[in-house]
Design a protein around this ligand. Structure first.
Ligand code: GDP
Ligand code: MG
Length: 441
């Protein structure tokens, strides 16, 4: 049996071992196993595999050899066989021995939580820095575990190779080679960080404002992304053929075009060795003109999740003040709230221009959201008045195309236009005019 996600989505089961003896950390409320399983399923789906089963496995006495007991192994084995699953995701830390023994006992590939998250980051890293950070974290993880294969090192793109078949070649790990590779990666990373600003300037050429969805896994980012893009996805949109499927063009009610970007989700209890990789992967939000912070307000940890997101954005360089200016909070899943809580969120959203209450699933409030996005983006615009000769039809057309012309006066002198432009387009306009020799404004 082989599992190859390059040809078909791997059929996968998700297992959340629930340590009954585990004492909660001081001051940290224990997360209920059902919530943990939900998140693990959400994460696994983000890896573009088919989740065919999910199970909470109570563990009273963790076994060094297999973590879970024989009864649980038998039950999982039946579930795997019944669903023809080729991959089992264990939402916990597994020792290399436990992983190997479980693979043997279950007769399928087994990965743990760290490997799962690394796999997702690997698929989703868009920047060179993100890719390098993820690879670095992956190598450190591997070295610490003395895992067998490192064929992924040769891979140019895509996942990291955790999901290869159980029959793959077992190469004995060479610590020296991995150490050298890590050193080289670190050097390259330094170089990338040094020239980062340069790359950023070059990548800023996207012709429309970028709106990024951020938030926890399972907050509803992809559901919202799909709802907003469904109507506007062109099968043969040549301009965007090269963009990945998590970036799409959307036309707002005003006719304004935006690029909507679905970013990698936050996860609770992120393993510390993955923090750098996560941040690098999320760096793309720095390019966004507007950040939509999608929250699951029906989640019991909703407030703590919000604080996490705000703190990480702050670290990335999007402080709370900046977020107020260039961010919108999206209170999602209001359909799951009882009447009182729903009224509470609606009333808050009515009072606060930076907050919209929606259900990405039912569509409730999504029109309000689009209007808010529109309003926000137009607020980022500046108004200029320009005087153009009758012969400068191309530049006049450019202004009509890119901006909102709010006033026009025609006379012998030519055309006087008052036009609202985005900050970016204003910069482009200045370049355009300096090239043609006309004065900008
Ligand atoms: N009831 C309800 N469920 C939602 C809503 N939005 C998303 N979901 C569900 O929440 C789960 C996670 O959604 P997803 O869009 O994958 O979250 P992501 O991880 O942020 O991309 C899925 O099962 C969705 O069907 C909503 O507005 N209401
Ligand atoms: Mg998603």
């Amino acid at each position: 049996m082989t599992t190859d996600i390059s040809t078909a989505p791997a059929r996968t089961i998700v297992v959340t071992p629930f340590l009954k003896t585990a004492r909660p950390r001081e001051g940290v409320p224990a997360r209920p196993p059902a919530a943990r399983l939900d998140e693990a399923v959400g994460l696994t789906r983000a890896m573009s595999v088919d989740v065919v089963g999910a199970e909470i496995v109570p563990v009273s006495r963790p076994r060094p050899s297999t973590l879970i007991g024989q009864g649980a192994i038998d039950a999982l084995k039946a579930m795997i066989a019944e669903n023809a699953a080729g991959l089992a995701v264990f939402d916990t830390h597994l020792t290399p021995i436990q992983q190997r023994n479980l693979e043997k006992a279950l007769d399928c590939k087994v990965i743990d939580r760290t490997a799962l998250i690394l796999e997702i980051f690997g698929e989703r890293a868009r920047t060179r820095e993100g890719t390098l950070q993820v690879e670095l974290a992956h190598l450190s993880y591997q070295r610490s575990r003395l895992v067998r294969s490192w064929t992924h090192l040769e891979r140019q793109r895509g996942g990291l190779g955790f999901v290869g078949g159980p029959g793959e070649t077992q190469i004995e790990i060479d610590r020296r080679l991995i150490g050298e590779r890590i050193a080289r990666l670190k050097a390259e990373l330094e170089e990338v960080k040094r020239t980062r600003t340069l790359h950023r300037a070059a990548r800023k050429r996207v012709p429309f404002p970028v709106v990024a969805l951020v938030g926890y896994t399972n907050a509803g980012k992809s559901t919202l992304f799909n709802r907003l893009t469904r109507a506007s996805v062109f099968a043969e949109d040549m301009l965007f053929a090269t963009l990945d499927p998590t970036m799409r063009r959307v036309t707002l009610p005003s006719g304004r075009q935006i690029i909507l970007s679905d970013t990698v989700g936050f996860v609770s209890d992120l393993p510390t060795e993955l923090v750098a990789a996560f941040r690098a992967t999320l760096e793309e939000v720095l390019e966004a003109d507007l950040i939509l912070h999608v929250r699951d307000v029906s989640h019991p940890d909703s407030d703590a999740q919000r604080d996490d997101v705000v703190a990480v954005l702050d670290d990335l360089g999007v402080g709370e003040e900046a977020l107020r200016v260039s961010g919108l909070e999206v209170a999602n899943k209001i359909d799951r709230l009882d009447g009182d809580s729903r009224d509470y969120w609606r009333a808050r959203a009515d009072r606060n221009e930076g907050l919209v209450a929606i259900s990405a699933q039912s569509g409730e409030g999504v029109d309000d959201l689009l209007r808010a996005v529109d309003a926000h983006l137009s607020a980022l615009h500046v108004e200029i008045t320009v005087l153009l000769g009758h012969t400068e039809g191309r530049d006049i057309a450019w202004l009509y195309d890119r901006g909102d012309v709010t006033a026009r006066e025609d006379g012998d002198f030519g055309v006087r236009l008052t036009v609202r432009l985005s900050a970016d387009d204003l910069a482009r306009w200045d370049v355009l005019r300096s090239r043609t020799g006309g004065d900008g404004r």
